[in-house]
Design a binder for this molecule. Structure first.
Ligand code: CO
Ligand code: CO
Ligand code: CO
Length: 316
């Protein structure tokens, strides 16, 4: 699209970043993002919570503070009771309250397929924006949540997921990335993105491209839900993982030692996934220690930023 240049647009469409950033003055810039999707769990209240944690995540990934939100709802009022909608919105509201974000409005349309999400507005200091474009050679990479939500959600749809597996992904998906965002800023993060629909490899690819660097990923260090490994070996792989592989495999060199189930998981589309943070090597272990204390039990150093080959991710 021919998008006119605007000097106040600090982060626009060019770098496939998490949210748009618009400078209001020397002290304040707006961070704006929108996200909505179809239910991935059966319980409407939980779905509402996941949708909010997911929508706020793009603001947290940019080092911003979310302030206000608008509900976006597509609802099949002819086939579903309005009490379901009420539960979804109450679930959403509970997470917005936890995050200290004000719900200021919304819009509902009738649709045969239920969808819920939000448009979120936050603020950030114009000099403190964290994009995916400033990862530096020598940085370490920290991932804050485990991978495998897409695989376990696929198993759930097929009636094959254990209660324990579902409990684990729900706990992870409803968790806000707020504390991780605050901590990474305290430890001087250079770049960040959140892991969502394009999977770990897709979002890491956007980071290497935007930052003009390469990455080494140590697959053994990647946090993964144990059940996701089990289900991947049974072939319960979501369609989105295949499209992610098609689109991003040109960016990836996988070492021959890496088992194929692991690469499948690296392409698994995530909902409300964790943050991928690039920060100075001396700070990485300290950040992980802090994150673990704050409740991100799976936070791990998963690799490092290298100079060559530029634009590529080496999976060891
Ligand atoms: Co994002
Ligand atoms: Co998004
Ligand atoms: Co309206």
């Amino acid at each position: 699209m021919p998008i006119p240049k605007d000097p106040n647009v600090l982060v626009g469409l060019e770098t496939s970043d998490d949210a748009g950033v618009y400078r209001l003055n020397d002290e304040v810039a707006l961070v704006q993002t929108v996200d909505f999707f179809t239910p991935i769990v059966d319980d409407p209240f939980t779905f509402g919570q996941i949708a909010v944690a997911n929508a706020l995540s793009d603001v947290y990934a940019m080092g911003g503070t979310p302030l206000t939100a608008l509900n976006l709802v597509a609802f099949p009022i002819k086939t579903l009771s309005s009490s379901v909608l009420k539960e979804i919105l109450l679930g959403g509201l509970s997470k917005l309250e936890e995050a200290g974000v004000a719900l200021v409005g919304g819009h509902t349309v009738e649709d045969p397929e239920l969808k819920y999400g939000l448009a979120v507005t936050g603020i950030v200091h114009p000099n403190k924006i964290l994009t995916n474009a400033k990862a530096k050679v020598g940085d370490r990479l920290v991932l804050t949540k485990p991978l495998g939500t897409g695989i376990i959600a696929t198993a759930l749809k097929g009636g094959m997921a254990s209660e324990e597996a579902v409990r684990k992904i729900v706990e992870s998906m409803v968790a806000l990335n707020r504390k991780a965002s605050e901590s990474m800023q305290a430890f001087g993060a250079h770049a960040c993105t959140d892991i969502t629909g394009f999977g770990f490899i897709g979002h890491a690819s956007e980071m290497v491209l935007a930052s003009h660097v390469g990455m080494v990923i140590r697959s053994k260090e990647i946090p993964i839900f144990s059940e996701a490994i089990e289900y991947t070996k049974l072939g319960l792989i979501p369609g989105g993982a295949h499209s992610n592989r098609q689109f991003f495999s040109c960016r990836v060199e996988v070492h021959s030692n890496v088992p194929s189930f692991l690469t499948d998981i690296l392409y698994d589309p995530q909902t409300s996934g964790g943050l991928l943070i690039s920060l100075p090597p001396s700070e990485a272990d300290r950040l992980v220690g802090t994150l673990k204390k704050e409740g991100d039990a799976y936070a791990s150093v998963v690799g490092e930023v290298v100079e060559e080959p530029r634009g590529k991710i080496q999976v060891l």
